[in-house]
Design a protein. Structure first.
Length: 504
């Protein structure tokens, strides 16, 4: 059972907060294990309020939708069986399940999972394309069915996948196809071929891609790898038709063909470095008409060293399409992590160099820095810090063409603090700050906001007696940044969730 008390602005952002009516709800989860290798899960009107918020990713200047991992417990049962070369299953597309039924198990040399759910809808739907994706609102309910059966042959396997989404008011998306993996010695060959049959919703007011039209196409992905103590090789080929859709998956790009290859040689010295790998890679991507979308050649090195230090650096030489033009792009791409002590882990990654402004289709200079650290001063307390910064400078339309001016700066900071009282109780505080600053004059004639952002805080206390017998008490506070650079209260919540498990 859950209870929630919420406050929202009475007359828009900046107005006094109004306390909304008290809300309560109830749901049921059931798990049945008829054998040691089989589990059946049922959920009715589930509530996932105890799941922590996603780490916000910077979306500025991104062409394609950003992936966020699944965290909801019901969908994590047997999740490895949904992992295939083409991500045709992404359970977060089931945004607000009214109910769900899932069976996962093994028999002989076979493993299977079957999921059926009704989705109330809400959230956003990804509209894929060859050089970028878009979004529209999913304001209708759907019935979803997903199943996969895998047969193992030693270390190899063959399997089949089926997904189906039937939309309220008409329209569907059905995906079917086999996949396999063959392992022998140092070699691995993996592939998948899917066919989709789609009738889009007839909702032209939402997007011109939803006109009730029929779409049918394919998607294929095959890759081969060779690994020995010294030499490693990898090559992959993808072919996604223009009309391929996987509404139960995460496929933000369609209508392209891609060839990728990478080779590396590893040295194993004695001393501070235990492994040094040099490598080169090449990538070529075109649309189905053969026009270049993306081309890359990179050279780099990676290493492992004492104190759990590992890193990877490469110089990337790219040609990338934006609009009707292609632009050269040079970047230094890097990642470095270390665990110098037992209670501290830190990492930094990102790139520095040239980048394309995909809104105005022009080349600029900038950098992306992502930092993360975990600190555990004792057995009870832990801190998790993550921070991202992205900025891009461009040459103005008029004036000196060798002077670069700031186009945008985007940043995210997140601090996750957890205090564990015992194996049964913990207290968690998450603070997240998101900031975006744009220079509208540099974007003209495209209009953009000068500032946007938010600060959110969530406090959660949990007491877990046994399997799903738990009490959660949570506080949430959300503030939005206005154009005047003021933080205004947007939403405040107090919620309580109590769950009791009857076990036999």
């Amino acid at each position: 059972v859950t209870a929630k008390l919420e406050q929202t602005p009475r007359q828009g952002l900046g107005s006094p907060l109004h306390t909304r009516d008290f809300e309560s709800d109830a749901g049921l989860d059931a798990k049945w294990n008829p054998s040691a290798d089989t589990a059946v899960d049922l959920t009715l009107n589930p509530d996932f309020s105890q799941i922590e918020s996603d780490v916000t990713a910077i979306s500025a200047n991104e062409r394609f939708a950003i992936f966020y991992p699944e965290k909801r417990p019901f969908f994590l049962e047997g999740v490895e069986l949904f992992s295939t070369p083409i991500q045709a299953v992404y359970t977060r597309t089931i945004t607000a399940p009214r109910w769900g039924l899932r069976s996962t198990g093994k028999f002989s040399s076979n493993a299977y999972t079957l999921l059926v759910a009704q989705d109330r809808g809400g959230g956003l739907v990804v509209l894929p394309g060859p050089n970028g994706s878009d979004f529209t609102n999913q304001d209708f309910s759907s019935t979803v069915a997903i199943g996969r059966l895998r047969h193992d042959y030693g270390k190899s396997f063959v399997s089949g996948l089926l997904t189906d989404r039937e939309n309220q008011g008409g329209g569907h998306n059905r995906v079917l196809g086999p996949d396999f993996q063959w392992r022998s010695g140092n070699q691995t060959l993996t592939g998948q071929l899917l066919f989709s049959d789609t009738v889009t919703p007839n909702r032209p007011e939402a997007t011109d891609q939803w006109m009730g039209q029929k779409l049918a196409s394919h998607a294929g992905d095959i890759w081969w790898s060779y690994n020995s103590p010294r030499l490693d090789l990898f090559t992959e080929y993808k072919d996604f038709g223009n009309d391929f859709r996987a509404d139960d998956g995460f496929v933000p790009q369609v209508g392209f063909r891609e060839n990728f290859g990478e080779g590396g040689y590893t040295f194993r010295p004695k001393g501070f470095f235990s492994r040094v790998r040099t490598f080169a890679l090449a990538d070529y991507q075109s649309d189905t008409d053969g026009e270049l979308l993306f081309r890359e050649v990179s050279f780099g090195t990676g290493f492992d060293a004492k104190h759990s230090i590992n890193g990877r650096f490469r110089m990337s030489y790219v040609r990338v399409r934006s609009g009707t033009e292609t632009f050269p792009r040079r970047q230094l791409v890097y990642s470095l992590s270390a665990s110098p002590t037992g209670f501290l882990t830190a990492a930094v990654s990102g790139w520095v160099g040239e980048e394309v402004d995909f809104i105005r289709s022009r080349l600029g200079r900038g950098a992306n820095v992502r930092l993360s650290a975990t600190l555990r001063p004792n057995d009870h307390l832990s801190f998790g810090l993550s921070s991202s910064l992205l900025f891009l400078n461009v040459v103005p339309d008029t004036g000196p063409q060798d002077e670069y001016h700031r186009l945008f700066t985007a940043q995210v900071e997140r601090l996750r603090t957890t205090y564990t009282f015992s194996s049964k109780a913990f207290l968690r505080l998450i603070t997240q700050n998101v900031r975006n600053r744009n220079n509208p004059a540099r974007y003209k004639p495209v209009g953009v906001r000068r500032r946007s952002g938010s600060v959110t805080d969530s406090l959660l206390f949990a007491y877990k007696l046994n399997f799903q017998t738990v009490i959660y008490v949570g506080l949430g506070d959300s503030n939005t940044l206005t154009e005047a650079n003021h933080l205004e209260a947007n939403d405040r919540q107090l919620f309580l969730k109590m769950s009791y498990a009857f076990q036999r």
